[in-house]
Ligand binder design. Structure first.
Ligand SMILES: Nc1ncnc2c1ncn2[C@@H]1O[C@H](COP(=O)(O)OP(=O)(O)OP(=O)(O)O)[C@@H](O)[C@H]1O
Length: 344
């Protein structure tokens, strides 16, 4: 049984003068213990989707099943109970500024009816998990962004959730702090067996910790599957735009103006290789074998799910012969090869 299953989910907002179809017929499954990414440009429908996961937003059509239970069939009371299994963290942390760290974490438990002393004890235990034991008396204004998110994570864990929804949880943090929060989420996933859903527009977040990913565009899931597979060979235009146009690295090869100029002519090929592929000999052997010139437009390495991935963008020039044989040659040597369109 899946932790979360969406069946033909549709959400339409009715505004004064028009309708917005924020989600269109979305079906997907997130399995227990997974770290699952949902990625898309602004306005793609990510936040609406995640709000449907706990019925903060009721879908117009379709079903949300949490561990097989259809949320649409629950009474208000049952729904409140079910929601305590699903915790959420946000981009702007949503901490209470007049309360100190321990009170921020223990308050939801006290509201649920847990004794004050018990709730504070639990809050202190949670502070150990997020490595902030020394900050229990601090107020949010005295904490850095990363520390505030750690407090928000501790608060989210207070009700022993089975699922943690992270809505742009690292978008307001610098790259180093982002990394440390992602590490913490990985540990929580592993040690507490909590299913994590990462809603993000940051490709590096998905690359770093997710096993599966859904790519959203205009309310539709256009591509879904294993992160490695989708990052190596994105199929849809939306996925290619996000992955090949990933601006998360300053030296991203497709953003370089010289490369953009060169991209205007000739066939471009993107080659992806892992640490196991003998990349350099393959490319030089290819040039020797086919006795043909190619342009190397750029090369880069990225970390996808902990595996070093290299990519190289080459251009076959007007003098290049045997284009199809070259592509077959590279594929036969275990490299992933795809033609790059100009408008990615
Ligand atoms: N309450 C609402 N009323 C009307 N339209 C809405 C409402 N909430 C969202 N929308 C619309 O639904 C679409 C999807 O919005 P949503 O916030 O889910 O996208 P998103 O991918 O999370 O974007 P962002 O990353 O910018 O938050 C947008 O066109 C938005 O304007």
């Amino acid at each position: 049984m899946s932790a979360i299953e969406l069946k033909k989910l549709t959400k339409t907002f009715q505004t004064k003068d028009h309708q917005v179809e924020a989600l269109k017929d979305i079906s997907l499954k997130i399995e227990e213990g997974e770290i699952y990414g949902i990625i898309g440009m602004s306005g793609a429908g990510k936040s609406t989707l995640v709000r449907c996961f706990n019925f903060l937003e009721r879908p117009t059509k379709g079903q949300v099943l949490i561990e097989g239970k259809d949320l649409g069939e629950l009474s208000e009371k049952e729904l409140r109970r079910q929601r305590s299994d699903i915790a959420m963290i946000f981009q702007h942390f949503n901490l209470l500024s007049q309360k100190n760290v321990v009170d921020n974490i223990s308050l939801p438990l006290i509201i649920q009816g847990v004794k004050k002393s018990e709730a504070k004890k639990r809050a202190k235990e949670l502070l150990k998990i997020v490595e902030l034991e020394d900050k229990e008396k601090a107020y949010p204004a005295q904490l850095s962004g990363g520390q505030k998110q750690r407090v928000a994570i501790a608060r989210a864990l207070a009700s022993d959730p089975k699922i943690l929804l992270c809505d742009e949880a690292t978008s307001a943090l610098d790259p180093r702090t982002t990394k440390s929060i992602l590490e913490l989420l990985k540990e929580i996933n592993k040690n507490l067996n909590i299913t994590i859903v990462m809603i993000t527009h940051q490709m590096e977040v998905v690359r770093e910790i997710c096993q599966k990913v859904a790519i959203m565009e205009e309310g539709i899931v256009v591509e879904e599957g294993g992160v490695e597979e989708i990052f190596d060979t994105p199929k849809t235009k939306a996925a290619k735009r996000l992955i090949l146009g990933d601006k998360s690295k300053d030296d991203d090869i497709l953003q370089d103006s010289k490369v953009k100029e060169l991209l205007k002519s000739g066939k471009k090929i993107r080659i992806v290789f892992t640490e196991n592929s003998a990349f350099e000999p393959v490319v030089s052997n290819m040039i020797l074998k086919f006795n043909t010139p190619i342009n190397i437009l750029g090369a880069d390495t990225k970390n996808v799910g902990g595996i070093a991935k290299g990519e190289m963008l080459i251009q076959l020039t007007d003098e290049t012969k045997n284009e199809e044989d070259i592509i077959t040659y590279l594929k036969e040597r275990g490299l992933k090869v795809e033609e790059v369109e100009e408008d990615v």
